[in-house]
Each structure stands twice: as C-alpha cells, then as structure tokens.
Design a protein around this ligand. Sequence first.
Ligand SMILES: [Zn+2]
Length: 117
Amino acid sequence: MNQKYFPMIRKALESSFPKACRCGRVYQNELDYLICTEPTPQGMALDYRELESVLFSFRNCKCRSTTGLELFGKMPLPEMNNLFEELHQEAKKNKITSQQMLDQFNQAYIAWRLAKG
Ligand SMILES: [Zn+2]
C-alpha cells in the first residue's frame, strides 16, 4: 500500500478535532478518536458531489452513533484526485472493487497512524 498520502491525510484531519459526538463525548484528537471508537463495516466512502471528490472516514462511537471525518476541503484537490485515481487503478489491478480498495487504504492508514503515536 502506497503510504505517500498518509502524512497529508494526517495533517488534513487535524482540523477536525476536537470533535463532538451527538452523545456528548468529545474526541480531543485523532488518536483519541481512533483508539476510543470502533471500526464500521464500511470504513471509508467515496462520494461524488458534482465534480468534487469527497472522502469520508467512518467510526462508531461507544454510544453506537456513526461519526465521520470528511477530507474534502481539507486536503488539496489535485492530490485528492491523484489519490482516488491511484486507488481506482490499484483496485482494477488487484481485481477488487473500489470500495474494497478504499477499506484497505483506510485500514492501512489507521495502522500507520496508530504506529506513529
Ligand atoms: Zn457517541
């Protein structure tokens, strides 16, 4: 898995915190969020709003609400489009769906982020 986008994603997500769940729990930073939430079956979703690419990362709070972090507007658009293009190509090459590729990417990112501490 190509890790070159990971530092950029990490930086982009910093501005999402502190993040409050509807139950009142406030996640102070990304590590707090990743450690204290549970993965969802679909870890990441890609959405096309007009011509803009939007990337969401989903986690479940202990209260079972699903919360998401949005990358759009936080990461430079050219880099985000390159990332999507690479993920689509890698999915094709590995004969898996783009969604499976996104989920693998999400898991690899989380493992990388947790290892950074
Ligand atoms: Zn909650």
